[in-house]
Design a protein around this ligand. Structure first.
Ligand SMILES: *[C@@H]1O[C@H](CO)[C@@H](O)[C@H](O)[C@H]1NC(C)=O
Length: 326
Protein backbone atom coordinates (compact mmCIF):
# COMPACT_ATOMS: atom_id res chain seq x y z
CA UNK A 1 0.00 0.00 0.00
CA UNK A 2 2.76 2.41 0.99
CA UNK A 3 4.57 1.55 -2.20
CA UNK A 4 1.48 2.36 -4.22
CA UNK A 5 1.08 5.71 -2.48
CA UNK A 6 4.73 6.53 -2.98
CA UNK A 7 4.49 5.48 -6.60
CA UNK A 8 1.53 7.79 -7.10
CA UNK A 9 3.32 10.71 -5.43
CA UNK A 10 6.38 10.09 -7.57
CA UNK A 11 4.19 10.12 -10.66
CA UNK A 12 2.70 13.49 -9.58
CA UNK A 13 6.22 14.81 -9.04
CA UNK A 14 7.35 13.62 -12.44
CA UNK A 15 4.56 15.64 -14.00
CA UNK A 16 5.10 18.70 -11.81
CA UNK A 17 1.78 18.22 -9.99
CA UNK A 18 3.32 17.89 -6.52
CA UNK A 19 6.36 19.28 -4.76
CA UNK A 20 8.31 18.51 -1.60
CA UNK A 21 7.59 20.70 1.44
CA UNK A 22 11.02 22.37 1.24
CA UNK A 23 12.72 23.20 -2.04
CA UNK A 24 15.87 24.86 -3.26
CA UNK A 25 13.92 28.12 -3.62
CA UNK A 26 13.45 28.20 0.17
CA UNK A 27 17.18 28.56 0.82
CA UNK A 28 18.34 31.79 2.48
CA UNK A 29 20.71 34.18 0.74
CA UNK A 30 24.30 32.92 0.99
CA UNK A 31 26.23 36.06 0.06
CA UNK A 32 29.64 35.98 1.73
CA UNK A 33 29.52 32.24 2.45
CA UNK A 34 32.16 29.83 1.22
CA UNK A 35 31.28 26.20 0.53
CA UNK A 36 32.98 23.05 -0.68
CA UNK A 37 31.07 20.23 -2.38
CA UNK A 38 33.08 17.09 -3.05
CA UNK A 39 32.06 15.36 -6.26
CA UNK A 40 30.54 18.64 -7.33
CA UNK A 41 31.15 18.19 -11.03
CA UNK A 42 28.36 15.66 -11.62
CA UNK A 43 25.11 14.22 -10.32
CA UNK A 44 23.72 15.30 -6.96
CA UNK A 45 26.93 17.23 -6.20
CA UNK A 46 26.56 19.30 -9.34
CA UNK A 47 22.96 20.18 -8.50
CA UNK A 48 23.98 20.97 -4.92
CA UNK A 49 26.68 23.36 -6.14
CA UNK A 50 24.14 24.94 -8.48
CA UNK A 51 21.72 25.58 -5.61
CA UNK A 52 24.42 27.24 -3.50
CA UNK A 53 25.59 29.38 -6.43
CA UNK A 54 22.02 30.53 -7.13
CA UNK A 55 22.00 32.03 -3.63
CA UNK A 56 25.31 33.82 -4.29
CA UNK A 57 27.69 31.58 -2.31
CA UNK A 58 31.31 31.00 -3.33
CA UNK A 59 31.61 27.32 -4.18
CA UNK A 60 34.59 25.00 -4.64
CA UNK A 61 33.87 21.71 -6.33
CA UNK A 62 36.15 18.83 -5.45
CA UNK A 63 36.80 16.77 -8.57
CA UNK A 64 39.24 14.22 -9.92
CA UNK A 65 39.16 15.22 -13.56
CA UNK A 66 40.08 18.79 -14.51
CA UNK A 67 38.46 18.68 -17.99
CA UNK A 68 35.16 17.40 -16.55
CA UNK A 69 35.28 19.96 -13.73
CA UNK A 70 36.00 22.78 -16.20
CA UNK A 71 33.00 21.77 -18.27
CA UNK A 72 30.86 21.63 -15.11
CA UNK A 73 32.04 25.08 -14.04
CA UNK A 74 31.20 26.56 -17.39
CA UNK A 75 27.67 25.19 -17.28
CA UNK A 76 27.24 26.20 -13.61
CA UNK A 77 28.18 29.79 -14.42
CA UNK A 78 25.85 29.76 -17.42
CA UNK A 79 22.99 28.38 -15.33
CA UNK A 80 23.38 30.66 -12.30
CA UNK A 81 25.17 33.79 -13.51
CA UNK A 82 27.44 33.42 -10.47
CA UNK A 83 31.12 33.26 -11.48
CA UNK A 84 32.37 32.41 -7.96
CA UNK A 85 32.84 28.69 -8.62
CA UNK A 86 36.23 27.04 -8.58
CA UNK A 87 37.85 23.63 -8.95
CA UNK A 88 39.55 21.85 -6.11
CA UNK A 89 41.50 19.04 -7.72
CA UNK A 90 41.37 15.97 -5.53
CA UNK A 91 40.98 12.24 -5.63
CA UNK A 92 39.44 10.96 -2.41
CA UNK A 93 41.00 7.57 -3.07
CA UNK A 94 44.46 9.11 -2.73
CA UNK A 95 45.19 10.75 0.62
CA UNK A 96 48.12 12.70 -0.83
CA UNK A 97 45.82 14.60 -3.18
CA UNK A 98 43.32 15.13 -0.37
CA UNK A 99 46.00 16.84 1.68
CA UNK A 100 47.05 18.90 -1.32
CA UNK A 101 43.46 20.02 -1.95
CA UNK A 102 42.95 21.09 1.67
CA UNK A 103 46.19 23.08 1.47
CA UNK A 104 45.20 24.70 -1.80
CA UNK A 105 41.81 25.69 -0.41
CA UNK A 106 43.37 27.28 2.67
CA UNK A 107 45.80 29.24 0.51
CA UNK A 108 42.81 30.78 -1.30
CA UNK A 109 40.14 31.22 1.35
CA UNK A 110 40.24 32.37 4.95
CA UNK A 111 36.82 30.92 5.82
CA UNK A 112 34.78 27.78 5.30
CA UNK A 113 31.08 27.91 6.19
CA UNK A 114 29.76 24.79 4.51
CA UNK A 115 31.48 21.49 3.77
CA UNK A 116 29.39 18.91 1.94
CA UNK A 117 31.08 15.52 1.80
CA UNK A 118 28.97 14.47 -1.13
CA UNK A 119 31.19 12.34 -3.38
CA UNK A 120 30.58 8.64 -3.30
CA UNK A 121 31.30 5.57 -5.29
CA UNK A 122 29.02 2.58 -5.50
CA UNK A 123 29.70 -1.05 -6.08
CA UNK A 124 33.29 -1.13 -7.31
CA UNK A 125 34.85 -4.56 -7.77
CA UNK A 126 36.54 -6.21 -4.82
CA UNK A 127 39.98 -6.22 -6.43
CA UNK A 128 40.11 -2.41 -6.65
CA UNK A 129 41.99 -0.55 -3.92
CA UNK A 130 42.82 3.06 -3.14
CA UNK A 131 46.29 4.51 -3.71
CA UNK A 132 47.12 3.59 -0.11
CA UNK A 133 45.72 0.08 -0.49
CA UNK A 134 42.29 0.29 1.16
CA UNK A 135 38.96 -1.05 -0.04
CA UNK A 136 38.08 1.40 -2.80
CA UNK A 137 34.60 2.21 -1.49
CA UNK A 138 35.51 2.55 2.17
CA UNK A 139 38.74 4.35 1.31
CA UNK A 140 36.95 6.91 -0.86
CA UNK A 141 33.60 7.36 0.86
CA UNK A 142 34.83 7.24 4.46
CA UNK A 143 38.61 7.53 4.91
CA UNK A 144 39.19 10.16 2.19
CA UNK A 145 36.38 12.36 3.47
CA UNK A 146 37.38 11.89 7.08
CA UNK A 147 40.91 13.07 6.31
CA UNK A 148 39.68 16.01 4.24
CA UNK A 149 37.31 17.20 6.97
CA UNK A 150 39.98 16.79 9.62
CA UNK A 151 42.42 18.96 7.69
CA UNK A 152 39.78 21.66 7.30
CA UNK A 153 38.53 21.48 10.88
CA UNK A 154 40.75 24.31 12.23
CA UNK A 155 39.47 26.62 9.49
CA UNK A 156 35.87 25.63 10.22
CA UNK A 157 36.45 26.26 13.92
CA UNK A 158 37.88 29.72 13.33
CA UNK A 159 35.00 30.50 10.96
CA UNK A 160 32.46 29.23 13.50
CA UNK A 161 33.86 31.61 16.10
CA UNK A 162 32.84 34.55 13.87
CA UNK A 163 29.26 33.38 13.29
CA UNK A 164 26.09 33.88 15.33
CA UNK A 165 24.79 30.77 17.10
CA UNK A 166 21.70 30.61 14.91
CA UNK A 167 23.88 30.31 11.81
CA UNK A 168 26.66 27.79 12.57
CA UNK A 169 29.19 26.16 10.28
CA UNK A 170 27.65 23.10 8.62
CA UNK A 171 29.45 19.84 8.03
CA UNK A 172 27.20 17.63 5.93
CA UNK A 173 28.09 14.00 5.32
CA UNK A 174 26.22 12.01 2.71
CA UNK A 175 25.18 8.48 3.52
CA UNK A 176 22.44 6.26 2.14
CA UNK A 177 19.46 4.42 3.56
CA UNK A 178 21.33 1.45 2.09
CA UNK A 179 23.11 1.30 5.46
CA UNK A 180 20.14 -0.77 6.67
CA UNK A 181 21.37 -3.64 4.46
CA UNK A 182 24.76 -3.72 6.19
CA UNK A 183 24.90 -7.26 7.60
CA UNK A 184 27.56 -6.46 10.23
CA UNK A 185 26.39 -6.17 13.81
CA UNK A 186 27.99 -4.74 16.99
CA UNK A 187 30.62 -2.30 15.72
CA UNK A 188 29.05 -2.32 12.23
CA UNK A 189 32.34 -2.33 10.34
CA UNK A 190 34.16 -5.57 9.57
CA UNK A 191 37.69 -4.22 9.82
CA UNK A 192 39.33 -7.30 8.29
CA UNK A 193 37.61 -6.51 5.00
CA UNK A 194 39.14 -3.07 4.50
CA UNK A 195 42.58 -4.22 3.35
CA UNK A 196 43.63 -7.01 0.98
CA UNK A 197 43.42 -10.39 2.68
CA UNK A 198 41.23 -13.37 3.46
CA UNK A 199 38.59 -11.30 5.24
CA UNK A 200 37.52 -9.90 1.91
CA UNK A 201 36.13 -13.28 0.87
CA UNK A 202 33.14 -12.39 3.08
CA UNK A 203 32.45 -9.20 1.11
CA UNK A 204 30.81 -8.35 -2.16
CA UNK A 205 30.72 -4.95 -3.87
CA UNK A 206 27.26 -3.95 -2.63
CA UNK A 207 27.86 -5.14 0.93
CA UNK A 208 31.06 -3.15 0.94
CA UNK A 209 29.08 -0.09 -0.19
CA UNK A 210 26.52 -0.52 2.60
CA UNK A 211 29.33 -0.90 5.11
CA UNK A 212 30.90 2.35 3.88
CA UNK A 213 27.57 4.14 4.30
CA UNK A 214 27.36 2.92 7.90
CA UNK A 215 30.85 4.37 8.20
CA UNK A 216 29.65 7.80 7.01
CA UNK A 217 26.85 7.73 9.58
CA UNK A 218 29.18 6.78 12.43
CA UNK A 219 31.70 9.48 11.50
CA UNK A 220 28.99 12.13 11.30
CA UNK A 221 27.60 11.16 14.69
CA UNK A 222 31.03 10.94 16.33
CA UNK A 223 31.83 14.42 15.01
CA UNK A 224 28.57 15.78 16.34
CA UNK A 225 29.71 14.80 19.84
CA UNK A 226 33.11 16.43 19.37
CA UNK A 227 31.60 19.59 17.93
CA UNK A 228 29.04 20.17 20.68
CA UNK A 229 29.37 23.76 21.84
CA UNK A 230 31.64 24.76 18.95
CA UNK A 231 29.02 26.45 16.79
CA UNK A 232 29.37 23.79 14.10
CA UNK A 233 26.78 21.19 13.27
CA UNK A 234 27.50 17.77 11.86
CA UNK A 235 24.55 16.38 9.91
CA UNK A 236 24.24 13.14 7.98
CA UNK A 237 22.05 13.04 4.89
CA UNK A 238 20.46 10.36 2.76
CA UNK A 239 19.65 12.29 -0.41
CA UNK A 240 16.98 9.89 -1.65
CA UNK A 241 17.02 7.46 -4.50
CA UNK A 242 17.97 9.70 -7.36
CA UNK A 243 18.53 9.02 -11.04
CA UNK A 244 22.18 10.02 -10.66
CA UNK A 245 25.35 8.95 -12.40
CA UNK A 246 25.94 6.54 -9.52
CA UNK A 247 23.31 4.08 -10.68
CA UNK A 248 25.14 3.59 -13.96
CA UNK A 249 27.71 1.71 -11.93
CA UNK A 250 25.11 -0.96 -11.19
CA UNK A 251 24.52 -3.81 -13.54
CA UNK A 252 21.58 -5.63 -15.10
CA UNK A 253 18.67 -6.13 -12.74
CA UNK A 254 20.10 -3.79 -10.08
CA UNK A 255 20.29 -0.99 -12.65
CA UNK A 256 16.79 -1.66 -13.92
CA UNK A 257 15.33 -1.65 -10.40
CA UNK A 258 17.20 1.52 -9.48
CA UNK A 259 15.80 3.29 -12.54
CA UNK A 260 12.24 2.31 -11.76
CA UNK A 261 12.33 3.40 -8.12
CA UNK A 262 14.51 6.50 -8.52
CA UNK A 263 13.36 10.12 -8.30
CA UNK A 264 14.15 12.87 -10.85
CA UNK A 265 17.61 14.39 -10.52
CA UNK A 266 16.45 17.91 -9.61
CA UNK A 267 15.29 16.50 -6.26
CA UNK A 268 18.73 15.16 -5.47
CA UNK A 269 20.17 18.22 -3.69
CA UNK A 270 17.11 19.09 -1.58
CA UNK A 271 18.08 17.34 1.63
CA UNK A 272 21.79 18.29 1.45
CA UNK A 273 20.93 21.93 0.81
CA UNK A 274 18.41 21.93 3.64
CA UNK A 275 21.04 20.59 6.06
CA UNK A 276 23.62 23.05 4.74
CA UNK A 277 21.53 26.23 4.76
CA UNK A 278 18.09 26.09 6.39
CA UNK A 279 17.85 28.09 9.64
CA UNK A 280 16.00 25.26 11.43
CA UNK A 281 18.73 22.76 10.49
CA UNK A 282 21.06 24.76 12.75
CA UNK A 283 19.48 22.67 15.54
CA UNK A 284 20.23 19.33 13.89
CA UNK A 285 23.71 18.52 15.16
CA UNK A 286 24.06 14.73 15.13
CA UNK A 287 20.83 14.15 13.23
CA UNK A 288 20.20 11.98 10.22
CA UNK A 289 18.05 13.55 7.51
CA UNK A 290 16.29 11.77 4.70
CA UNK A 291 14.21 12.81 1.73
CA UNK A 292 12.89 15.29 1.49
CA UNK A 293 14.45 17.49 4.16
CA UNK A 294 13.14 15.47 7.11
CA UNK A 295 14.73 14.18 10.30
CA UNK A 296 14.70 10.38 10.18
CA UNK A 297 15.95 7.47 12.26
CA UNK A 298 18.80 5.41 10.92
CA UNK A 299 18.84 1.69 11.79
CA UNK A 300 18.67 1.53 15.57
CA UNK A 301 22.17 0.10 16.07
CA UNK A 302 23.52 3.27 14.41
CA UNK A 303 22.06 5.47 17.15
CA UNK A 304 24.06 6.13 20.30
CA UNK A 305 26.49 3.35 19.40
CA UNK A 306 29.45 5.12 20.99
CA UNK A 307 31.51 1.95 20.91
CA UNK A 308 31.16 1.66 17.13
CA UNK A 309 31.79 5.37 16.64
CA UNK A 310 34.93 5.37 18.76
CA UNK A 311 36.29 2.22 17.19
CA UNK A 312 35.92 3.71 13.72
CA UNK A 313 37.48 7.04 14.70
CA UNK A 314 40.42 5.20 16.28
CA UNK A 315 40.89 3.15 13.12
CA UNK A 316 40.66 6.22 10.86
CA UNK A 317 43.12 8.19 12.98
CA UNK A 318 45.54 5.28 12.90
CA UNK A 319 45.41 5.09 9.08
CA UNK A 320 45.98 8.81 8.81
CA UNK A 321 48.98 8.60 11.11
CA UNK A 322 50.45 5.91 8.89
CA UNK A 323 49.87 7.77 5.64
CA UNK A 324 49.99 11.43 6.53
CA UNK A 325 53.40 11.73 4.94
CA UNK A 326 52.29 10.51 1.51
C1 LIG B 1 26.93 38.44 -4.38
O1 LIG B 1 28.16 38.34 -3.65
C2 LIG B 1 29.10 39.37 -3.91
C3 LIG B 1 30.34 39.10 -3.04
O2 LIG B 1 30.69 37.76 -3.04
C4 LIG B 1 28.51 40.73 -3.60
O3 LIG B 1 29.44 41.73 -3.97
C5 LIG B 1 27.21 40.91 -4.36
O4 LIG B 1 26.59 42.12 -3.97
C6 LIG B 1 26.24 39.75 -4.09
N1 LIG B 1 25.04 39.87 -4.90
C7 LIG B 1 23.82 39.83 -4.38
C8 LIG B 1 22.70 39.91 -5.36
O5 LIG B 1 23.60 39.76 -3.20
Amino acid sequence: MLILLEGFWKWLLDFGLASPRWTVEDMPDLTGKVAIVTGGNAGIGYDTAKGLLRKNATVYIGARSIPKAEAAIKSLVDATGNPKVFILKMDLSDLGTVKQAAKEFQSKEGKLHILINNAGILSTEMDVFTAQGYDQQFGTNVLGHYFFSKLLMPLMESTAATLPSNDPVRLVELTSDGHVFNTNSYTLIDYDTLKPGKGRDRMDPLQSYYQSKSGNLLVSKARARLLTGKNTVSICVHPGRIKSALIHQLSGMEYFTARVIAYPSHMGPITSLYAATAPEAAQFNGKYLGPWARVKNPRSDHVGNIQAEDKLITWLEEQIRIHNRV
